[in-house]
Design a protein around this ligand. Structure first.
Ligand SMILES: [Zn+2]
Ligand SMILES: [Zn+2]
Length: 261
C-alpha cells in the first residue's frame, strides 16, 4: 500500500525511468567506444597520440557518471553483456558491473560507516584521499577479493579484461601510454571529487552539496554535460533520494530537504 505522502508518491515524477536507462547505456558505450577508436587512430598514426589527453578526460567522467546513474536503474541481470563486463579499462585487474554495483549499494546503505565499501576513500587527510582516489582502480579489485573472494565468474571476467588490457597496451604503444596517463588522471580526480570532496568537511563525515561559481558550472557543463555536473553538485540530494534522476536533483532539493526535516 502506498501512503498519500510517501516519498515514492511525492518524488516519483522525478525518478529515472526506462528512457533514461536506454540513453545512459548508449552514452556509456559511446564514451568507451570513442576512447578506443581514438586510441586506435593514435596507434595507427592517424592523429597525434597527445590528442588523447584532450578527449579521454572528457570521456572518462561522462562514462563514470552514466554507469553510476545506471546503477540506480538496472540490476546486473538487466544490463547487456558489454556493460556487465565494463571494458573501459584503467588497470590490469578490474571489476565488472556486478561488483561495482554491490560496492555502490553498500556505499548508499552504510555511507561513511565501517561497512561502507568506499570508506577507505573518505578517510584521512585530503592528501590521503587523493592518493586513495588515484590508486582506487588497483585497490578495488584487491579489496573485493578480501571481502568476497573471487568466484569463477569474476575470475573469468577478470581474465577477459586482463587480455583486453594487454591487447590495448601491446597494440597501442606510445598511444596507450597517453591513453592510460589521461584516463588515470581523469579517474583519480573524478573519484576524489565524487567521494572525498563530497563526503568530508574537515574532520566530519557526511554528504554535502558542492557550490561552485556559476562560470565554472557553465564551463564544466559545456565539457562534461549536465548529467555529470548535476550528479556531482547535488550528491547529497542523491543520497537522500537515490532514484531521482540527475537532471531533477537541483529542482527537487527543496522538496527533498523538507521531507528530511
Ligand atoms: Zn556518496
Ligand atoms: Zn548512487
Amino acid at each position: 500500500m502506498e501512503f498519500p505522502d510517501s516519498p515514492a508518491r511525492r518524488f516519483a515524477h522525478a525518478y529515472g525511468g526506462e528512457a533514461d536507462a536506454r540513453v545512459l547505456t548508449l552514452e556509456a558505450h559511446l564514451c568507451n567506444a570513442l576512447a578506443y577508436i581514438h586510441l586506435a587512430a593514435a596507434a595507427l598514426d592517424a592523429v597525434p597520440a597527445w590528442t588523447l589527453a584532450l578527449s579521454i578526460p572528457i570521456l572518462v567522467p561522462r562514462w563514470m557518471i552514466a554507469v553510476h546513474e545506471l546503477f540506480h536503474l538496472r540490476s546486473e541481470r538487466e544490463v547487456d553483456p558489454v556493460m556487465r563486463l565494463l571494458p573501459f579499462l584503467f588497470t590490469p585487474l578490474s571489476l565488472g558491473y556486478r561488483e561495482l554495483l554491490t560496492d555502490h549499494r553498500g556505499h548508499h546503505l552504510h555511507m561513511a560507516r565501517s561497512a561502507d565499501p568506499e570508506l577507505y576513500q573518505l578517510r584521512g587527510s585530503p592528501l590521503q584521499g587523493l592518493v586513495n582516489a588515484f590508486t582506487a582502480p588497483e585497490q578495488m579489485w584487491f579489496r573485493w577479493r578480501s571481502r568476497h573472494g573471487i568466484d569463477n565468474r569474476l575470475m573469468a571476467e577478470t581474465g577477459l579484461r586482463l587480455v583486453l588490457f594487454m591487447g590495448l597496451a601491446a597494440g597501442g604503444g606510445i598511444a596507450f601510454v597517453w591513453y592510460l596517463a589521461s584516463a588515470r588522471m581523469a579517474f583519480g580526480l573524478s573519484y576524489f571529487i565524487f567521494f572525498y570532496a563530497l563526503h568530508r568537511r574537515g574532520e566530519e563525515y557526511g554528504v554535502y552539496p558542492l557550490a561552485l561559481p556559476a562560470w565554472v558550472v557553465k564551463v564544466v557543463t559545456l565539457l562534461l554535460g549536465p548529467v555529470v555536473v548535476q550528479a556531482t553538485l547535488h550528491h547529497d540530494v542523491h543520497h537522500a533520494q537515490p532514484r531521482i534522476a540527475a537532471r531533477h536533483l537541483a529542482g527537487m532539493r527543496a522538496a527533498v530537504s523538507a521531507n528530511g526535516d
